[in-house]
Design a protein around this ligand. Structure first.
Ligand code: FAD
Length: 384
């Protein structure tokens, strides 16, 4: 078996790369997935939030391609993305947070983001009359931010890639990466060997293991993330944006007839933990009720809550590009909570890097895998 490109992992990132490669005319693409179905990694666990309101230019640029792509996803793939432009509302509770939103806003507007705005406390109360507003000093909002259905996006990318000739192997695990003279020559899988000159690591939270197969270190660690849906809840407006309480990172958005809540527990430790901890319900509801007191009467069934893995890097930015240590080994890893929203830009960038040697969409060098050895780390403080 021979392939022009082997992609390891059929989550939303591997699927987008397969889509963009086949769109650009590269047809002999093989995607290798160890699970019996797509979506059993982080993609199927995601909250589906998409936003362009970031603190670094590179993350905003990734979203400036990705969000309009979600909006026209059905034309591109024939499948729905579930994009809902409800917006993201960042709520600042002190002057430092307000200043932070103001300086981010300047950068976002300079990069061409339309629809971003700074809000006064009374604007926020107009959007969410039930919010506890005594300590609110301002906010940031962008209407084109919102949510997508990650599973549907992943399936849409892969279905279109398959129509254009890509192959998806399920229940096939990559067990080794071969090289000759410092360049990739193939992979071994539980379905047999595949000769190839290009391998893409799209293995999500397992990315470091794949890099290890090539004898390389990749600083990506798994970190559990837990989500809590409420039962149907009618005391808040249905069209709410994603609302983020900047004082502690608690955020929530409408989902079905209820709301989906998330919070980054600072006591969480790295590891492959995917069980939901029932004690988390109390922790998150305490934050929820503090900001939106009527959540006091929201019901939560712990059996409907779930957990998945973030793939964290030391600077909370993705690692995109060819390994400086092995020709033909590409990374699309370490999205640190943004892999769904940045999947369209990632697919396009990786496709261009592989086929043309450089990315025309945007200069992806700041996300290059060499930045750790060179000490060129980025700083994104708006991490959710
Ligand atoms: C609770 C939660 C909420 C989130 N919320 C958001 C959000 O609101 N917005 C956002 O943008 N992102 C969010 N994320 C992050 C996002 O889900 C991930 O960044 C994204 O799904 C990563 O996609 P992926 O394709 O790289 O990884 P995955 O979906 O994990 O796919 C990787 C695949 O690689 C396969 N694999 C691994 N090793 C091998 C091997 N050796 N051989 C073959 N296959 C292999 C796995 O089985 C898996 O299917 C959230 C994540 C979690 C857990």
């Amino acid at each position: 078996m021979t392939a022009d490109v082997v992609i390891i992992g059929a989550g939303i990132v591997g699927s987008s790369i397969a889509f963009h490669l086949t769109k650009a005319g590269c047809r002999n693409v093989l995607v290798v997935e160890r699970e019996p179905h797509q979506g059993l990694g982080s993609t199927g666990k995601s909250m589906g939030g998409v936003r362009a309101q970031f603190a670094t230019d590179i993350n905003t640029r990734m979203s400036l391609y990705s969000i309009p792509f979600f909006a026209r996803f059905e034309q591109e793939t024939g499948h729905p993305s579930g994009y809902q432009s409800n917006g993201y509302l960042f709520v600042a509770t002190n002057e430092k947070e307000r200043q932070y939103l103001a300086s981010n806003y300047e950068r976002q507007v300079a990069l061409g983001l339309r629809g971003a705005e700074l809000l006064k406390p009374e604007d926020i109360v107009r959007i969410l009359p039930q919010i506890y507003a005594t300590d609110i000093v301002g906010g940031g909002f962008c209407q084109s931010d919102g949510f997508v259905d990650p599973y549907s996006v992943m399936r849409g990318f892969m279905a279109r890639a398959s129509e254009r000739g890509a192959q998806l192997w399920r229940r096939a695990e990559v067990t080794g990466i071969q090289s000759a003279g410092g360049a990739v020559s193939g992979v071994t899988t539980t379905r047999g060997p595949v000769a190839t000159r290009v391998v893409v690591n799209a293995a999500g939270a397992w990315a470091a293991q794949i890099a290890g197969m090539a004898g390389l270190d990749l600083p990506v660690v798994p970190l559990r993330r837990q989500l809590v849906p409420t039962e149907p809840f009618s005391e808040l407006p249905r069209q709410l944006p994603m609302v983020i309480d900047m004082s502690n990172g608690f955020h929530f958005r409408p989902e079905g007839l209820g709301f989906l809540m998330a919070w980054n527990d600072p006591d969480e430790t790295p590891g492959y933990k995917t069980n939901f901890d029932p004690a988390f319900v109390e922790k998150i509801l305490t934050r929820a009720v503090r900001r939106v007191p009527c959540f006091e009467s929201a019901e939560v069934n712990p059996r409907r809550c779930w957990a998945g893995l973030y793939e964290m890097t030391p600077d909370h930015h993705a690692i995109l590009g060819e390994s400086p240590d092995m020709q033909g080994l590409f990374f699309a890893n370490g999205f640190s909570g943004h892999g769904v929203m940045h999947s369209p830009a990632t697919g396009r960038i990786l496709s261009e890097l592989i086929l043309e040697g450089e990315s025309r969409l945007l200069d992806a060098a700041p996300l290059g895998p060499d930045r750790f050895a060179k000490g060129r780390l980025l700083e994104e403080t708006a991490v959710l």
